[in-house]
Design a binder for this molecule. Structure first.
Ligand SMILES: [Fe+2]
Length: 351
């Protein structure tokens, strides 16, 4: 918008100048600086809630229209309404719901994007990663680290749906995407099922273990273990005002987040508990695993139940309340990236 306090003659001279420098791929910073360097995060990402029951028929319809092999990955992308057409759920992250029908295989490939799977529905389909297969159950958090071969299949007799979370937009920003198909649909299995969890996820580590991987060697964090841990910790009744009981998934090698670009969390809100308002700079995707509740996000109120998915954008004040029963929420964000760059901020508000 033209500045009315400026002399019209000067305005005209400036506009002519901008047009001339435009021919040389130059632009005046002072016209755009307020949009680039904002006093607070000003994200196009908006709060959004998807009820799984409303999405499920579309997912199943996709299953009748295209095979997993034909699609390579049969996924309905969850697009943030503030950024339609960009295949992202937040500015830095991608999410989608993937369907594998009984007997199907999603062929093996690898890419520099890191991926997480959070199982929503079904039981007993598998993901194979780097020579090991893991069977998946609802609530399991499964990792396919960057540049590892991975394929998915379903030997069960029911459809399986999981939420995919990837750092696709982040790698787009960095222009660091590489991808390759494997020479066969399925990779050879080199280790027995459960080996990684036993070897690295049991409070033990192989003596002399040395790795340069930045991702946890545990690639399935089963919900049954996570839930049991939450239930045991719950007995101490030590609730954090903004989070209830919130745990992060860690890489047992170094205690860091399980994945280099995405933080993953599981939290329990006891029945009736209302958290204090909180905000942080990492836009966060939540999935309700158990219970029902409400989350106030900015001016909106989301009522959620099992399998529902919602987004809290960067620096948006929010608080949760668990209704009828204890609620369990899985969530993920780009927090590791922001923290490693010294950018992450949080704010707790007094009630
Ligand atoms: Fe993949």
């Amino acid at each position: 918008m033209a500045d009315t306090t400026v002399d019209p003659e000067v305005q005209t001279l400036r506009q002519a100048f901008y047009q001339r420098i435009d021919q040389h791929d130059l632009a005046p910073l002072w016209e755009v600086m307020h949009k680039l360097v904002t006093p607070e995060p000003n994200s196009p990402c908006v709060p959004v809630l998807w009820h799984y029951d409303e999405l499920r028929p579309f997912i199943m319809e996709a299953g009748a229209l295209i095979t997993a092999k034909e699609a390579e990955r049969r996924v309905l992308v969850l697009e943030n309404p503030g950024m339609r057409g960009h295949s992202c759920i937040t500015r830095s992250l991608y999410a989608g719901l993937q369907l594998i029908l009984p007997g199907e295989v999603a062929p093996s490939h690898r890419h520099t994007q890191s991926a997480l799977r959070f199982v929503i529905e079904g039981s007993g389909a598998y993901t194979a990663v780097d020579g090991e297969k893991t069977l998946m159950e609802p609530g399991d958090f499964v990792i396919t680290p960057q540049w590892t071969w991975h394929d998915h299949g379903n030997d069960s007799d029911a459809p399986m749906v999981w939420l995919d979370g990837l750092d696709v937009p982040l790698l787009q920003l960095l222009d660091a995407s590489f991808a390759q198909p494997y020479e066969a649909d399925e990779q050879p299995l080199l280790r027995p099922e459960g080996d990684a969890l036993a070897r690295y996820g049991s409070g033990l580590m192989p003596v002399d273990y040395d790795t340069r991987s930045v991702t946890s060697p545990v690639f399935n964090y089963p919900y049954v273990r996570t839930r049991e841990a939450l239930e045991t910790m719950k007995r101490s009744e030590a609730w954090e005002p903004c989070h209830g009981l919130k745990m992060k998934y860690v890489n047992p090698v170094n205690g860091d987040y399980a994945m280099p670009t995405m933080a993953t969390f599981m939290q329990l809100l006891p029945k009736g508990f209302e958290t204090s308002p909180y905000r942080s700079t990492d836009s966060t995707i939540y999935v309700c695993v158990e219970g029902r509740g409400r989350t106030a996000v900015g001016e909106q109120i989301f009522a959620w139940g099992p399998r529902d998915i919602f987004v809290v954008p960067s620096w948006t004040r929010h608080h949760h309340v668990a209704l009828e029963d204890d609620a369990v929420l899985f969530s993920f964000s780009d927090r590791p990236v922001q923290q490693k760059l010294g950018l992450w901020r949080e704010e707790r508000s007094a009630v």
